[in-house]
Design a protein around this ligand. Structure first.
Ligand code: AMP
Length: 382
């Protein structure tokens, strides 16, 4: 596979912040980004060479978009199988549609992991109410019931504490089938970003430690504060998944680290990932450039990190009210997504704070560095 020459057009399906940051990375390498988006003035559209504004199931628009670009990638995973097939019949799509189909569906994802010897939490597919009873008996309480598709930021799932929760959860979570998952009493949550190109070169970023609030990623720390051999294992797992998928592109792999140090994969996302945003300031080649390089057939440099980093998401109106103070605080490296309206729970931007390599401070130091964004870091929201 020869590399796409500069000046050519990278088609990106999805107009959100991940598309925006991918488009900027593409422009740095001399490519033009053409965005397929539902929002004419969304985060990616604002920085793009061209846009096609349409719903993702409008086949005429998909055809026009594909005809206008040289290679297609995406930042938005929930495009239909039909739509993907149509795009792939016109232009190369990376990562391949088959990978998207696995990551879009928790049952397909967990089945794939099982077939490839990748550890996951115990799980059961739940099609009927009787399946749910059987899953509850097998898993014990508490456990988690999740939709198989379209779940994100903790939406589409319920924690089942006792038998009394079963009916309500089964009736409200849609569509069926659902997935019942054993509760992992993890020590921490981590993720690994891994890139692979068509030549089979792989680059793996250092492991990130993630903290959520109200089901949404709040803070990421790099490197994760886990034992070096566990970090090495986490990276090896991510590489194994990328290779088994035949990935061309970038993949975020979310994992739980158990108290005994064992790892279990929670989910994968075949695109840039919120927990990889620290790489934008802490790595010479960040996750977005790595993504663009992988899908355009460029060589993949090693995923070097030149310092430690903390990433803090800016969510909703409360965080955005702090924007003038963030701008006035030295050391807060801010990224604004260009969204007009700061609704509660909406990701509006993020800040990175850098530390010398090996110098990631403890909780108080991180809070001090976050200045106006400081908050107690040991408080999990959910
Ligand atoms: P998900 O939508 O699968 O990424 O889940 C969102 C969050 O719920 C995760 O980041 C975890 O904090 C929590 N969670 C999900 N699955 C489990 C599980 N099996 N055990 C414990 N916590 C979980």
């Amino acid at each position: 596979m020869s590399a796409l020459p500069p000046g050519r057009v990278l088609g990106i399906v999805g107009g959100g912040q991940l598309g925006r940051m991918s488009a900027v990375a593409a422009a740095r390498l001399g490519y033009r980004a053409h965005i397929l988006t539902t929002e004419a003035d969304g985060p990616a559209a604002q920085v793009a060479h061209a846009i096609t504004v349409s719903q993702y199931d409008d086949h005429d628009a998909l055809r026009r978009f594909a005809d206008a670009v040289d290679v297609i990638t995406f930042e938005f995973e929930n495009i239909s199988a039909d739509g993907l097939d149509l795009l792939s019949s016109i232009r190369p799509v990376h990562p391949a549609g088959a990978i998207l189909r696995i990551s879009q569906d928790r049952i397909a994802e967990k089945t794939f992991m099982g077939e490839n010897g990748i550890p996951v939490a115990p799980w059961h597919a739940v099609e009927t109410r009787a399946d749910l009873d059987r899953a509850a008996d097998a898993l014990g309480y508490p456990f988690i019931l999740k939709t198989t598709r379209l779940g994100y930021d903790g939406k589409g799932q319920a924690r089942i504490r006792s038998k009394a929760d079963l009916d309500h959860a089964f009736d409200t979570l849609r569509p069926h089938p659902l997935v019942a998952e054993g509760m992992v009493r993890f020590a921490c949550e981590v993720s690994v970003m891994v890139a692979r190109n068509g030549q089979g070169e792989i680059s793996t970023f250092d492991v990130t430690e993630n903290r959520h609030r109200d089901g949404i990623l709040d803070i990421s720390l790099a490197p994760a504060r886990i034992a070096p051999d566990i970090a090495t294992q986490a990276q090896a797992l991510a590489r194994r998944i990328a290779t088994a998928l035949g990935l061309v592109g970038l993949l975020g792999v979310e994992m739980f680290v158990d108290h005994d140090g064992s790892l279990r994969v929670n989910e994968i996302a075949p695109r840039p990932h919120n927990s990889g945003h620290w790489t934008m300031n802490a790595c010479p080649v960040d996750q977005f450039e790595m993504h663009v390089r992988a899908v355009t057939g460029l060589p993949l440099p090693p995923a070097v990190r030149h310092g430690d980093a903390v990433m803090k998401n800016l969510i909703g109106p409360d965080d955005m009210a702090l924007w003038p103070r963030i701008m006035a605080t030295p050391g807060l490296l801010a990224h604004h997504y260009g969204k007009a309206e700061a609704r509660p729970g909406r990701k509006m931007g993020h800040v990175n704070v850098l530390f010398p390599a090996g110098g990631l401070p403890g909780e108080f130091g991180v809070n001090a560095a976050l200045g106006p964004l400081a908050r107690p870091m040991d408080k999990e929201g959910d």
